[in-house]
Design a protein around this ligand. Structure first.
Ligand SMILES: *Cc1c(COP(=O)(O)O)cnc(C)c1O
Length: 370
């Protein structure tokens, strides 16, 4: 079965092997050396001053960022399940927040954020996704962050890059906190979350502390010494180090290039067989298609063509399907996915099979310079 959901993504065989060694104790020079190595490689992929790894799913890092950096009021951007989550975290933590709400196919605008910041001067934090995975859309995070800093230079921009870090280059010049998780672009089992911090965020963390398990002040201090406040997710840190080494060998620019090209080839192939892309500005991490018979299609894909893709949530349940492009994916697997979708559409009596999807995919991936 090909796992093509935009998280979790498959774990490669050599990475599974790297994680299959006997457990080592986390308070040892051996593990500290591994931790140091993983930290160094993580900083390179985040392109940020500091990184913190915590044992939790991605949401743990979202909550950590909110509770450690928001002092007065947050501005949250809700264009889907994950943006909505920032608001729920604020609610649970009794942190005042204002929410900008959008359709799940529509990215936030610089203008809306600027207006909100001008109207509510007590907002000190912005929480936004780089890619909102619910509909596969790309927010203009870099432009929003830049405009926000121009209005209030000490505002903290928290960007959830769980489906963007390791997928595409992100300009972090105005992003203070960038969040990622193990089970998406890093192709690891779920359970490890990561935060990238710029120099301003580091200074803030050094000056005060908040939280207990998610106390980033303590965690940063420990992790700078290559250890963790609580038991490290040793196996996942080992897997992450191994995965980052693979990415380093390939070159991160090559990884971004390959991911973008796979996304483009997939999108064009599916459009060529009559399907339409759901978000107005798609992120390269996934292709999201608006399709009323999404669940029937997904069932055929799974049972007949051994491809597992994701559906939609909430009001988009049964109305969209999502195909992953994150990670080191074999081109022949990605090509099979569009091929299988074309076959399934024929099974559903929607379109006669003529191999068009595969042809377009190959043309774009191999024969044009994207
Ligand atoms: C997957 C994902 C998360 C994290 O979800 P967890 O289930 O907590 O790992 C957060 N934000 C985005 C955009 C995601 O895609």
């Amino acid at each position: 079965m090909l796992l093509f959901t935009p998280g979790p993504t498959p774990v490669l065989e050599d990475i599974r092997f790297a994680m299959s060694q006997p457990t080592i104790h986390h308070r040892t020079p051996e593990f500290e050396a591994i931790f140091a190595n993983t930290r160094k490689k993580l900083k390179d992929i985040f392109q940020m001053e500091e990184v913190i790894m915590i044992a939790s799913s991605g949401t743990g890092a979202m909550e950590a960022a909110v509770i450690n950096f928001c002092q007065t009021k947050a501005l949250t951007v809700n264009a889907g399940k994950f943006g909505e989550r920032f608001g729920k975290i604020c609610q649970a933590q009794n942190i005042p927040y204002t929410e900008l709400k959008y359709e799940w196919n529509t990215p936030a605008t610089v203008e809306d954020v600027v207006n909100a910041l001008e109207n509510e001067r007590d907002i000190d934090t912005i929480c936004i996704q780089v890619c909102e995975s619910a509909g596969g859309l790309r927010h203009p995070v870099e432009a929003i962050a830049k405009a926000a800093k121009a209005i209030k230079n000490d505002i903290v921009v928290i960007a959830d890059g769980i489906t963007a870090v390791g997928v595409e280059p992100i300009d972090t010049s105005n992003i203070d906190v960038l969040i990622s998780g193990s089970q998406k672009a890093f192709m690891l089992p779920p359970g490890l979350a990561m935060l990238g911090l710029n120099a301003d965020a580091v200074l803030k963390l050094e000056s005060y502390e908040k939280g207990y398990y998610l106390n980033l002040h303590t965690e940063l201090k420990k992790q700078r010494n290559n250890t963790t406040a609580y038991t490290a997710a040793t196996t996942l840190v080992i897997g992450l180090g191994a995965m980052l080494e693979k990415i380093e060998k390939l070159g991160k620019d090559q990884l971004y290039h390959d991911s973008a090209k796979r996304a483009e080839a997939t999108k064009k192939a599916l459009e060529a067989i009559g399907l339409s892309v759901y978000p107005t500005v798609p992120a390269p991490s996934m292709t999201t298609i608006a399709f009323d018979k999404a669940d029937e299609l997904r069932k055929i894909l799974k049972t007949k063509y051994t491809v597992n893709i994701a559906g939609g949530q909430d009001h988009l349940k049964g109305k969209i399907f999502r195909i992953n492009h994150m990670g080191l994916i074999e081109t022949y697997e990605a090509a099979w996915v569009v091929n299988a979708i074309e076959l399934a559409l024929a099974d559903m009596g929607i379109r006669t099979f003529d191999g068009k999807a595969n042809q377009i995919f190959n043309d774009i991936y191999f024969r044009t310079n994207v």
